[in-house]
Write a protein that binds this ligand. Structure first.
Ligand SMILES: Nc1nc2c(ncn2[C@@H]2O[C@H](COP(=O)(O)OP(=O)(O)OP(=O)(O)O)[C@@H](O)[C@H]2O)c(=O)[nH]1
Ligand SMILES: [Mg+2]
Length: 465
């Protein structure tokens, strides 16, 4: 008979455990019949865990985190689910993808609840681990989750060994609340009918895959890990890291928009650039050096980085000087700029005038109104500066799609120059590794105006041996 019986007034859950703590074959015990009888007796729904029964892992990330860190968190959780499938073959573990948005960088107008298929090639992702979009999960299973585990760092890190996981007092404000039905409600990506039976704060210090043994012991069928960014990479930069990264191919629609722009404006095609890739990432290898399109690709992160990394993010004038020097060195005359620079106009010479004359009303700026991008265009002397703008009919891209196209185009340039510590730039560097570019053309960044400038770490691609 079951050792573990836990429940709420609304729902009961049963797990059968043998003495090594692993789930046993429920059918051997006539479990289905037993569950049915118990359901009738209690007048409640009873979920029985059994061999080959589906188990779902959902996850979420701290709301302010941007798109590119979220991509990285996906890689950690996908590796966890892959490990669960290996270590716990009695259950059919499936990863459930959290929809995209609302994201701070996309602004209040952007759509939310965007599926992963908007950005990524789902079949490609599935070749790494079985997964479902949230909508498909809800259709298949319904909106009721079992446990939410809210991950947090242990309050005293010094006392904690790596790879420890234990239920603990909650150290932060919880974005969930309990109602009279004793279920837990929260934002759940805007899906108002979702709720969970239990909520546990879990102090965590360790890699995502080391959590597999903890998850296996749970009797739950549907588990949500919130604040999944707390989990570390199992092994950053090894072949497994690159396997899941290689599976994250962009959607064919985004690739097509990027490729059209490359062909029409940058004289860049996969054949000419030597960036042709096999359709299946599992077998695809890129051992010859890619050439790249005849343009310098620059990711110029602005917005919050201008103040948060003031010493390492150059002024527009200093960026233009570095771009000019590279154009001359590489013999190129085209620059593709990916940037989040604001579209608002400003008066580039106003500040100087204010300093000189103190009186702001003297600021004779009419006629020199410009955006940061236009200002950069005018400052670069050695080549033509372009950026991607969606064509009529490409509004479906939204700000996230435009950013993905920007990254795709940057990944194909002859030479890439990124921004210090930007995960947006890191994802481009990874893409270039996958495409087979020489490291010298990839691991470069813009330098701050007065900085002694250290270049990015070279995380070279690894394949399984
Ligand atoms: N279209 C476009 N959007 C950009 C560009 N750079 C940044 N963004 C936007 O700003 C967001 C940047 O946030 P993240 O994805 O977190 O990357 P990051 O801020 O560079 O790196 P963190 O240090 O991890 O925050 C992106 O997701 C885009 O929405 C760019 O070159 N083009
Ligand atoms: Mg960010």
């Amino acid at each position: 008979m079951p050792e573990a019986l836990r429940g709420t007034p609304g729902r009961f859950q049963i797990g059968i455990y043998c003495n090594i703590g692993r789930s046993m074959d429920a059918s051997a015990f006539g479990m289905e019949v037993w569950c049915h009888q118990l359901s009738r007796f209690l007048g409640k729904k009873v979920v029985c865990s059994s061999h080959n029964s589906p188990r779902y892992l959902l996850y979420d990330v701290n709301p302010p985190e941007g798109f590119n860190l979220r991509r990285d968190v996906y890689m950690r959780v996908a590796q966890l689910v892959k490990k669960l499938r290996k270590d716990d073959p009695g259950h059919n573990w499936t990863l459930v993808l959290p929809p995209w948005g609302p994201l701070y960088h996309w602004g209040p107008e952007a759509s939310d609840q965007l599926p992963w298929s908007h950005f990524f090639h789902l079949d490609s992702l599935r070749r790494y681990v079985p997964l479902l979009e949230l909508d498909d999960f809800l259709n298949e299973h319904g909106p009721h989750l079992d446990g939410i585990y809210y991950l947090q760092y242990p309050s005293d890190m010094a006392d904690n060994m790596l790879d420890t996981f234990h239920p603990d007092n909650c150290t932060q404000h919880m974005p969930y609340f309990e109602l009279a039905d004793r279920r837990f409600y929260g934002h759940f990506w805007g899906y108002t009918d979702m709720s969970a039976s239990s909520l546990t704060c879990l102090s965590v210090l360790g890699s995502s895959t080391s959590m597999a043994s903890f998850l296996q012991t749970l009797p739950e069928q549907v588990t949500l890990l919130d604040r999944a960014e707390t989990l570390l990479h199992p092994s950053y930069g090894d072949a497994e890291f690159w396997a899941v990264r290689r599976s994250m191919r962009l959607s064919p629609a985004i690739v097509a928009v990027g490729d059209d722009f490359r062909r029409e404006h940058l004289n860049s095609t996969d054949v000419g650039d030597e960036t042709l890739m096999e359709d299946d990432w599992v077998t695809a290898r890129s051992f010859h050096p890619a050439l790249g399109g005849p343009y310098l690709a620059v990711h110029l992160r602005r917005q919050d980085f201008v103040s948060s990394r003031a010493a390492q993010v150059p002024s527009l004038a200093a960026a233009a000087t570095q771009i000019d020097a590279l154009l001359s060195k590489l013999g190129l005359n085209l620059v593709f700029i990916a940037t989040d620079a604001p579209e608002e106009v400003f008066y580039p010479h106003c500040v100087e005038l204010i300093h000189i004359f103190v009186v702001t009303t003297f600021c004779q700026c009419i006629g020199v109104l410009t955006t940061e991008f236009q200002e950069l265009q005018s400052l670069v002397r050695e080549g033509t500066v372009l950026r991607f703008e969606p064509r009529v009919g490409d509004d479906w891209l939204g700000p996230g799609g435009v950013a993905a196209v920007d990254q795709w185009i940057c990944a194909h340039g002859r030479y890439f120059l990124g921004t210090y510590e930007s995960t947006f730039s890191f994802r481009i560097m990874e893409e270039r590794e996958i495409l087979g570019f020489p490291a010298d053309s990839t691991f470069n960044r813009l330098c701050g105006d007065l900085e002694s400038c250290e270049q990015p770490t070279r995380w070279r691609i690894q394949y399984p041996s």
